[in-house]
Ligand binder design. Structure first.
Ligand SMILES: Cc1cc2nc3c(=O)[nH]c(=O)nc-3n(C[C@H](O)[C@H](O)[C@H](O)COP(=O)(O)OP(=O)(O)OC[C@H]3O[C@@H](n4cnc5c(N)ncnc54)[C@H](O)[C@@H]3O)c2cc1C
Length: 425
């Protein structure tokens, strides 16, 4: 059964996160928006100790993994589940609050992030320990995940980055280009972090040939080809990566190296499983921005004496009051869907449908809510004096990455109507 009660440890954690959002993020929002590619140093320094603790919690019990020997194989669980895993809810709530502070800065959290989600989904317990332990010690580190290529975005079967196995050195050799990679520079050039790179071991095999590989920071043959200039989340690091005969150890392949066998399908499914956890995370970030815009609009309008009277019927409300009500309804609907997908994850249940549903809904809600906030605030909403226009720009990315709005809609439709990928595309 799913409970909406928030455990006390998360409530305590949220007080600290709220303080970070208010003191280390909001005051720097405008400055970092106007100085793209500058780093949110205060946010990084404040959150690094906390981020390390979070990773430590998730690695607990992995020191002696049962069935994980460091080689590639099935993604076994380290120990049997004894109850809901609340660390997932803690993460989702933290993402929402940090994105309320500033979504671009939140994406710079020194944490394995998407790279960690990919290692968790497709790696063995021994691989999780090996790759993620460094996020619990030393100087700040970042994680990233690289799927998108110039000719492969929504349709990743046309991926061209290759991984060729060198029998002599027992290494994989990566060649190709990845574009629009969040935290790519922070993970690979500015720290000893990691990036999970999707590449094909057999270009003729389509999706079945696609595998995920862990590329660690400062690997020779990996370079930053371009730093993006963006519409929103401008504090976030977004780059193109170039792989020129980059060599990585055999053991850095997540899942099975085989192609066209049952095990392999599982390997690809393991990689796809990353989205089951990353989509609720994106939805949570969208919800943080939506709440920022909603609260701000409510406060500003309340100062002008405009407040929703929930006891009045809809026809007795003004147009502005109805807009405020609709903003709140869309926010709450999308947030509840996000919590549902999160609760399923915490209980170890499949959430593929709900992960896409909440991502789709949250992306749509945040773009609508932030536009409404700009509209309701009048010319000031459009001015750089306030953050409303920035939230509107920050919002749009949630409709794009981790599967666009249209792609998540397709996944939901296929799942509900029982169509295969081939039947409904
Ligand atoms: C700021 C930013 C950060 C990013 N971070 C990362 C990252 O960290 N790692 C990473 O790998 N990628 C990242 N991306 C890339 C992002 O995931 C892709 O842009 C996204 O998946 C869409 O792929 P595409 O750009 O190739 O668009 P396309 O796939 O070419 O799609 C273009 C349009 O066509 C629509 N479309 C495509 N196929 C269909 C269909 N079958 N039915 C209906 N509509 C369809 C899409 O919804 C979209 O509207 C990032 C992008 C941005 C902008």
């Amino acid at each position: 059964m799913i409970s909406f009660e928030i455990p006390p440890f998360i409530k305590n954690q949220m007080q600290l996160i709220e303080m970070v959002a208010k003191q280390a993020m909001r005051p720097f929002s405008r400055e970092l928006d106007e100085n793209e590619h500058a780093r949110p140093t205060m946010f990084v320094n404040m959150t690094w100790p906390f981020a390390q603790e979070m990773v430590k919690r998730t690695l607990k019990g992995l020191e002696k993994p049962e069935g994980g020997n460091g080689s590639n194989g099935s993604n076994g669980q380290a120990k049997a589940r004894t109850g809901p895993d609340y660390s997932i809810l803690a993460l989702i709530m933290m993402i929402e609050q940090l994105s309320w502070g500033d979504a671009g800065q939140y994406l710079c959290l020194p944490h394995p992030m998407l790279g960690g989600a990919a290692v968790d989904s497709a790696g063995t317990p021994a691989q999780r320990l090996r790759f993620l332990k460094k996020f619990t010690e030393g100087t700040p580190k970042w994680g990233a995940m690289a799927i998108t290529e110039p000719m492969a975005g929504s349709d990743n079967s046309s991926m061209r980055t290759t991984a060729v196995f060198d029998e002599e050195t027992k290494e994989w050799i990566l060649n190709g280009e990845k574009i629009f990679i969040t935290n790519g520079k922070l993970a690979l050039e500015e720290s000893d972090g990691l990036c999970v790179v999707w590449a094909t071991v057999d270009p003729k095999a389509g999706r079945e040939g696609i595998k995920s590989f862990v590329v660690e920071g400062h690997t020779p043959g990996v370079s930053i080809a371009k730093q993006e200039h963006k519409l929103g989340i401008r504090a976030s690091d977004t780059v193109s990566l170039h792989f020129d005969n980059a060599r990585i150890p055999f053991e850095n392949l997540l899942g099975s190296p085989e192609v066209r066998t049952q095990t392999t399908s599982k390997g690809f499914q393991g990689a796809m499983k990353t989205f089951d956890s990353s989509r609720p995370a994106v939805a949570a970030s969208a919800m943080g921005i939506a709440r920022a815009a909603l609260e701000f609009a409510q406060e500003r309008l309340a100062e002008e004496g405009i407040k929703v009277d929930y006891t009045k019927p809809l026809h007795a409300l003004t147009a502005v009051e109805r807009d405020l009500m609709e903003m709140e309804a869309r926010y709450k609907g999308a947030w509840l869907l996000t919590l549902r997908a999160t609760a399923q994850m915490s209980h170890g249940e499949s959430n593929r449908l709900e992960a896409s549903m909440c991502k789709y809904r949250a992306g749509e809600a945040v773009t609508w809510i932030t536009q409404k906030a700009v509209e309701l605030l009048g010319p000031l909403g459009y001015s750089r004096e306030l953050l409303a226009e920035k939230w509107m720009r920050d919002a749009k990315i949630n409709d794009i990455y981790e599967g666009t709005k249209q792609i998540n809609q397709l996944i939901v439709a296929r799942s509900i109507l029982g169509y295969s990928r081939r039947e409904l595309k």
